[in-house]
Design a protein around this ligand. Structure first.
Ligand code: HAM
Length: 449
């Protein structure tokens, strides 16, 4: 049976990369004081209607909404900012020292037309900073995001920045748009006519080429910006300049969710084609109060993990895809247990080792070893057993030697030291905070013995 359209299976060759990206996010975000929040995949439909907005594409066309057995309308989350805000209100997180910093990662669902970089089940890594009005915190959020992407090796990314203004700005701009579009209503699509009544800002989001022509002469948000909004935007820009973050002010930046106020941003990757937005984010100063919570401002972003992985620099991918370095082959009649015992000893020293369980000829086992990408093959035959030794074949160099059984673990450990260090480096860095001091240190000490 095929999988559901727009969903994907991730096999180990890919999931290893995803896991490494997620690890990096956890490490970088925790350095800034973010803690992980896990909210349910299911929420009341009402939550997204009230926050993301009824007239948005997400709520209007893309939600996976259904009734449960008691007739309650539930929705598979299309995004997580609303859910994080709900949890913030429910758990009275506003009573904690502010700002509260939360990150999340997991699957999200939107009923969109699937194509490269666009799926119906997709994954986000997001972060939300709640309880600070900025503009310094806006810049810190963006700096953290850029730092994370740099750690993954990205160089060709562009931060697009803009402001949608505060409440006062939005009301003034809304009025200006209605005034501009009203006489042109005939030329608008039925969808945009509806938007003109409900939320004229959404017309700016149109993909219709004739409507995009009309937009050229439409009033610009800049002209409606309140003094407070201008001041905030100038503050964000100067803080970003100070922190050395490069960005481009993009007056055409329209975010597809209604809750935004003031700062909005996206990060695009030139290599991705049409679906090139890897990250979207912005400030949402009204959302918590609109949900019946405290009147606190907030800002955050979400990274599209599927797209991020699709445009990852090759160097990062290569670092993730290391096969277990050692393959152990017991040659009949030597029992597989002899190889399994040696495997355990290697793993105890951090050397990744796989025992070949095939019951066929040695030639076939060697072929499997080559295909697996292992660096070393250890052969345990009758000869080796008699000499209390192991034949160690270096598949890269095409050489082999007989090594005493008591020395083989230490030898391979030394030869693979850099690889082992690389593997545990991430773990150690991730654990430095809050770990009993000896634990990671012991691992490292062993590696260098
Ligand atoms: P968004 O722009 O709707 O923002 O989504 C963020 C990112 O999720 C996009 O830039 C894109 O990379 C990815 N994405 C969205 N839809 C799909 C899809 N169908 N397939 C693959 N990737 C997709 C939000 O969701 C906001 N909650 C972000 C935010 C957090 N704003 C403030 N805090």
């Amino acid at each position: 049976m095929p999988n559901v359209k727009g969903t994907r299976d991730l096999l180990p060759s890919e999931s290893v990369i995803w896991a490494r990206v997620e690890e990096t996010a956890r490490r970088v975000f925790s350095l800034y004081g973010y803690g992980e929040i896990r909210t349910p995949v299911l929420e009341h439909t009402e939550l997204f209607v009230r926050t993301v907005g009824e007239s948005t594409d997400i709520v209007g066309k893309e939600m996976y909404t259904f009734e449960d057995r008691k007739g309650r309308s539930l929705t598979l989350r299309p995004e997580s900012t609303a859910a994080v805000a709900r949890a913030f209100v429910d758990h009275r997180l506003g009573e904690q020292p502010l700002p509260v910093k939360l990150f999340y990662m997991g699957p999200h669902f939107r009923y969109e037309r699937p194509q490269k970089g666009r799926y119906r089940e997709f994954h986000q890594i997001g972060a939300e900073l709640l309880g600070d009005p900025g503009p310094a915190s806006d810049a810190e959020v963006i700096r953290m995001l850029v730092g994370f992407l740099e750690e993954l090796g990205f160089e060709d990314l562009t931060v697009l920045l803009h402001t949608v203004g505060d409440q006062e700005t939005r009301e003034a701009y809304r009025a200006a748009l209605v005034e501009f579009f009203a006489p042109l209503a005939e030329q608008l699509s039925s969808e945009s006519r509806k938007r003109l009544e409900r939320n004229p800002l959404r017309i700016l989001d149109t993909k219709d080429s004739a409507e995009r022509e009309l937009l050229i002469d439409a009033p610009k948000l800049e002209d409606s910006l309140s003094a407070g909004s201008r001041e905030h935007f100038a503050g964000v820009r100067s803080a970003l300049d100070r922190l050395g973050v490069k960005y481009r002010v993009d007056p055409g930046l329209v975010r597809g969710l209604d809750y935004y106020t003031l700062t909005v941003f996206e990060i695009v990757s030139e290599g991705l084609g049409a679906q090139n937005a890897i990250v979207g984010g912005g400030r949402y100063d009204r959302l918590l109060a609109d949900l019946g919570g405290p009147d606190l401002p907030a800002i955050g972003f979400a990274i599209g993990l599927d797209r991020l992985v699709e445009s990852l620099p090759a160097a990062f991918r290569d670092r993730c895809t290391q096969a277990p370095a050692v393959r152990l082959i017991a040659i009949d009649p030597v029992p597989k247990l002899a190889a399994m015992e040696l495997g355990e000893e290697l793993r105890a020293r951090g050397v990744a080792a796989v025992v070949d369980f095939g019951n066929d000829r040695m030639k076939a086992a060697l072929k499997r070893a080559h295909r697996s990408g292992a660096r070393y093959v250890l052969l345990l035959g009758e000869d080796e057993l008699a000499k209390n030794a192991v034949t160690c074949r270096d598949l890269n160099a095409g050489e082999q030697s007989l090594v005493p059984r008591s020395e083989i673990v230490g030898l391979l450990h030394n030869r693979l030291r850099n690889q082992i260090k690389g593997q545990i480096k991430g773990q150690i860095e991730g654990q430095i905070e809050g770990q009993p001091a000896g634990q990671p240190g012991r691992q490292r000490g062993e590696g260098e013995a």
